[in-house]
Design a binder for this molecule. Structure first.
Ligand code: GMT
Length: 386
């Protein structure tokens, strides 16, 4: 198969869509494709020293004339320059706005210059649909950007359905589930626990997220508060961002001695491996990368059964699903796992097997590659150079 030149644009800050885009780029680069990341800063968790991976920075100018600095326009201009210089076959943009919109502008500029333009593939990740598409000031541009992309993918069946329902679009949307390739831990469980000041026989729950409101992180803290009578249950939070706004609640709930917080951790494999189970209380989750990452290291997950989460977690087999806000049930499930190491281990094994079979890098990357070739072979939207 032909090796492709692919531009990838994503949000580079801590967040699932940037992590997925970075992983995809790394996997494609490993297979010999040339991957050009285009964004305002290098994506978090992307190793720029890998062969076939390049980064092109978008510079944002702050002209006094504009009250708000604009990113979409310089992004589109950078996409045009990178596409032409590096002969991109595809621009794969993650998150609809402004990335897909900028990519459409970029191909229009290239066409106007009578230059070869790349095909645009947009991957929908979550709040671009579940939140922003419902906003009347953004919905129409999101719909336009989806319908004018050469191809569109969604990270779960739940997100695909919601996109059709919210935007009433007839554009075919291909579901390609997110994936995760777990790195081997470089530190042992005992060593990590010592560094966290957690005892070897404590039952350590883990929560990894950017703590935004959709994560309903207060519910995670409330689950912990329901477990105050089991001193050996602790919670490790790998926070992508500041924890400060939750400190008063921690004090009020009286759970400070049950919490360990680490910020912007990159070697998550060391921490997840040293934990016993995941805890995720999100209100919306088109997929749930934290859930998959936790399962990949053989840990059962207790989660709210929202969005795409039930596509990953099998209730009663690889963990437990609860209704949104049902912190009592989630605490009961955590108590059950903490009291029964054999059950926790069996569920952990099932979780690891499900992650490896259904959400492996090999599976999702080959689905993306098949989709790229299908789009390249069938979409007539890009004019050839004259
Ligand atoms: O849509 C977002 O909130 C942004 C995005 C992110 O960058 O964190 O999260 C979404 O994309 C992830 C990767 O596909 C999914 O695992 C998350 O479930 C999804 N977040 C939500 O749906 C809230």
């Amino acid at each position: 198969m032909k090796k492709l030149a692919i531009g990838i644009t994503c949000y580079p800050s801590v967040g699932g869509s940037g992590i997925v885009a970075s992983q995809l780029g790394s996997e494609l680069a490993r297979l010999g494709h040339r991957i050009h990341f285009i964004s305002y800063e290098p994506p978090f968790r992307l190793d720029l020293c890998q062969p076939n991976v390049f980064f092109h920075q978008v510079k944002i100018n702050e002209y006094q004339l504009f009250k708000y600095p604009d990113y979409t326009l310089p992004l589109a201009v950078k996409m045009v320059a990178v596409a032409q210089k590096h002969k991109l076959d595809l621009l794969h943009v993650h998150y609809a706005v402004p990335h897909a919109t900028a990519a459409l502008l970029a191909i229009d500029i290239s066409r106007n210059q009578n230059r070869r333009a790349p095909h645009v593939i947009t991957t929908l990740h979550g709040t671009d649909i579940t939140l922003l598409a419902r906003d009347p000031s953004l919905g129409p541009i999101i719909k336009y950007s989806i319908e004018n992309s050469c191809g569109v993918t969604a990270v779960s069946e739940s997100l695909r359905k919601e996109t059709v329902q919210v935007l009433r679009t007839r554009k075919p949307i291909q579901v390609v589930h997110n994936f995760y390739r777990p790195a081997a831990p470089s530190l042992g469980r005992a060593e990590v626990r010592r560094s966290l000041k957690v005892r070897q026989d404590d039952f350590l729950l883990i929560h990894m997220s950017n703590l935004r409101p959709v994560k309903r992180f207060m519910d995670t803290l409330k689950v912990l508060a329901h477990l105050k009578d089991v001193p050996r249950v602790k919670l490790l939070i790998l926070a992508g961002g500041s924890f400060d706004e939750f400190r008063p609640a921690v004090k009020e709930l009286g759970i400070a001695d049950k919490l360990v917080i680490r910020r912007d951790v990159v070697d998550i494999e060391n921490y997840v491996s040293a934990s016993d189970a995941g805890l995720y209380t999100s209100e919306k989750e088109s997929f749930g990368m934290g859930v998959l990452e936790t399962m990949s290291f053989g840990k059962p997950v207790i989660a709210t059964g929202v969005g795409g989460v039930p596509e990953i977690v099998v209730d009663g087999e690889t963990g437990f699903l609860a209704k949104l806000g049902d912190v009592r049930t989630m605490a009961k499930d955590a108590r059950k796992l903490a009291a029964d190491p054999a059950l926790a281990a069996a569920m952990g094994r099932a979780a690891k097997a499900r992650a490896a079979e259904g959400f492996s890098a090999e599976r999702s990357v080959s689905r993306y590659l098949e989709y790229y070739h299908a789009v390249l072979g069938s979409c007539p939207c890009v004019s050839a150079p004259s």
